[in-house]
Design a protein around this ligand. Sequence first.
Ligand code: SF4
Ligand code: SF4
Length: 67
Amino acid sequence: MFEFKVDEEKCVGCKKCRKVCPKGFKIWDYEEKSSGVKAVVKEPSFCLFCGMCITVCPVKAITIKIK
Ligand code: SF4
Ligand code: SF4
């Protein structure tokens, strides 16, 4: 089991997470919210735990915890 989160308050909608992710379009999507474009994890089960999205995110909005 794991917990995969994007902190919407931090996310600036740069879409680097999807660009860098080996499973990019399977996992990442974006939604237009009142506060701007925000990353949404649509299917976390494809995650390979490579950590690339965490590294590339300019505002450290992504956390993945393995339980
Ligand atoms: S840890 Fe790797 S596989 Fe998982 S969402 Fe981030 S970039 Fe994609
Ligand atoms: S890389 Fe970070 S700031 Fe950019 S869209 Fe993804 S979660 Fe948001």
